[in-house]
Design a protein around this ligand. Structure first.
Ligand code: ATP
Ligand code: MG
Ligand code: MG
Length: 554
């Protein structure tokens, strides 16, 4: 039943629709701060917020939460829009910036001061910390708390006019210094920051705090359900206080558990460090959990949306196994992409009894799981390449690949038998394997009477195309890292030193020579791959999206 609530947020919305709390409206928003690129955790929030709007015939705004000019930039504004569109969602004409509300927020703040609910405070940051108290001890009231409305209005106007130094004064809410919730102990509403804002330039030198600007922005946009992550649960009383004190539209904050993934670091400030200190090639490095990194890695929007569906929405924090994300991309690509042959670590194989100069065009099915994908031809000749790993001179038990005297099938071609090994006299390195083939065993001919266990992929030496292949492992060595540990122990220590392996002598079958950057394939037995934008006419470059072995336990 598509109308069944699928999580606790939908239960709340259904109830609100029944009681007509907001009429029958459902209006959500996705509010990124443009201080970094979006990551897979944001995808969860995007799927949730835009998904709810779609499900209930409502609306979802894109709002840039750009109230802190110190780390924000237009580069991030642009990338965020690109990533949301790529994921398949559309804010239509509802793109907003919290900075567009600066004047409006200032105006309602004047009213708040007139109501005696806010005051200008001259305590230093350090003094304010001391006055705030602790979890077990109430705070102390600021000596500036009982300034008259007139004096507060005058000082606040002068703050705006730029008459005071950065950090010398703030505007605070007048709530309750003894509140058990520290967020309610006269929190700061405005501070002085003298930095050029990426949109408003030098127009402002006072900026509203997130906790204050956010509810007002929601309210101004008529947002009904303002969904945020669990760390903001303790901030909800301030959210409610702000809207009630201002007497404006009462949006509702709902918290859900943020996404955590094994072997993955997620917070923007950590990802930013990886970029700035050069541990990765950029925000879209294929190892990054950013949307742009996943895109370059070869993930599809469908697979990410499917992943977000499967993890669901809950009220308590947990860590999702990254194997589930990998499972989702395998599922998506299984019937979608062609299966082709690519040799990552080539070893030459010569078929001594195959006529020199002869080339056969063999027929290969593009995807046995999806017959509609049809077939293609691949050239076969006397000299081919197989994987180094597919030949062993002294094999262990149960090795079913090529060994001296043994017979294997070359995929889509013939049975070959290993007759001789050519080695480097000095190093003993295997240079070539010589075989004979049985012309009566051509794949699809129906004439084969004997079965072999090993089936190897290969490319024709004269026809193969050179490629570089990049294999990836997780960025983080440790499966899981607690927030506190990240603080105390530098997370850089937990980086996997072997998260990338670059193979420069790979060979791929000629059929994919003309593929475009972004094209995806299954390289038989090696995994799913995407052509990278670094590809040139002389050197194709492929990123491994994921291997074929699925470790997701359902
Ligand atoms: P980070 O902590 O990674 O820097 P953030 O919460 O500061 O992220 P914002 O730009 O403020 O980043 O986030 C925009 C929206 O995305 C917020 O509503 C936030 O709750 C949500 N979000 C961010 N990270 C996650 C996550 N890991 N899981 C689910 N939602 C997330
Ligand atoms: Mg934030
Ligand atoms: Mg943050």
């Amino acid at each position: 039943n598509p109308n069944m609530p699928s999580n606790f947020i939908e239960n709340i919305i259904n109830e609100d629709i029944k009681t007509e709390k907001y009429g029958k409206r459902v209006h959500t928003r996705f509010p990124p701060e443009p201080n970094g690129y979006l990551h897979i955790g944001h995808a969860k929030s995007i799927c949730l917020n835009f998904g709810l709007a779609l499900k209930y015939g409502g609306k979802c705004n894109l709002r840039f939460d750009d109230t802190n000019p110190t780390k924000e930039d237009v580069e991030y504004v642009d990338s965020i829009q690109e990533d949301i569109k790529w994921l398949g969602f559309d804010w239509e004409d509802r793109k907003f910036y919290a900075s567009d509300y600066f004047e409006k927020i200032y105006e309602v703040t004047i009213e708040l001061i007139k109501k005696g609910k806010a005051y200008v405070c001259d305590l230093s940051a350090e003094e304010m910390r001391q006055y705030r108290g602790t979890l077990t001890e109430p705070g102390k009231e600021s000596p500036y708390r009982n300034r008259s409305v007139e004096e507060n209005l005058d000082l606040f106007e002068k703050m705006r006019a730029g008459e005071f130094a950065e950090g010398s004064r703030v505007l605070r809410a007048k709530i309750d210094m003894a509140s058990p919730n520290i967020n309610m102990r006269d929190p700061v509403l405005y501070r002085i920051i003298r930095i050029k804002h990426h949109r408003t330039g030098d127009e402002w030198c006072i900026y509203p705090m997130y906790d204050y600007a956010h509810p007002i922005s929601d309210s101004l946009e008529g947002v009904t359900h303002s969904i945020c992550t669990l760390e903001f649960e303790d901030h909800r009383p301030l959210y409610d206080w702000t809207l009630a004190s201002l007497g404006i539209y009462q949006s509702q904050q709902i918290e859900f558990a943020r996404l955590n993934l094994t072997n993955t670091i997620m917070s923007k400030r950590y990802l930013r460090r990886l970029v700035e200190e050069g541990y990765v090639s950029g925000w879209d490095d294929p190892r990054m959990p950013t949307i742009s990194g996943l895109r370059r890695r070869g993930y599809t929007p469908e697979s990410i949306r499917d992943f977000c569906d499967r993890i669901g929405v809950a009220k308590s924090n947990s860590t999702v196994d990254v194997a589930l994300l990998e499972h989702c991309i395998r599922e998506d690509l299984n019937t979608k992409v062609a299966r082709v042959m690519a040799v990552l670590k080539p070893l030459k194989l010569v078929i001594d009894n195959y006529p020199e100069g002869q080339v056969e065009e063999l027929v290969a099915e593009n995807n046995p799981e999806n017959p509609e994908m049809g077939s293609r031809t691949i050239p076969f000749s006397r000299e081919i390449y197989i994987e180094q790993d597919d030949f062993m001179e002294n094999p262990p038990k149960k090795y079913f690949r090529l060994t001296p005297g043994a017979e294997v099938r070359l995929k889509n071609a013939y049975l070959v038998k290993c007759e001789q090994v050519v080695k480097d006299e000095q190093t003993g390195e295997i240079l070539e394997v010589h075989c004979t083939y049985d012309p009566d065993t051509k794949s699809g001919s129906g004439t084969v009477s004997r079965k072999v266990k090993g089936v190897l992929h290969w490319v024709s030496a004269a026809h193969a195309v050179k490629a570089e292949v990049r294999l990836y492992d997780y960025l983080m060595k440790t499966e899981e890292q607690k927030e506190e540990e990240k603080e105390s122990r530098d997370f850089i220590d937990s980086l996997n030193p072997n998260s990338i392996e670059v193979l420069k002598n790979c060979l791929v079958e000629p059929s994919i020579k003309t593929a475009q950057a972004g094209s995806r394939f299954q390289f038989l037995r090696n995994g799913y791959f995407v052509m990278d934008r670094d590809s040139t006419a002389d050197m194709l470059v492929f990123n491994r999206i994921v291997s074929l072995k699925d470790s997701w336990a359902k």
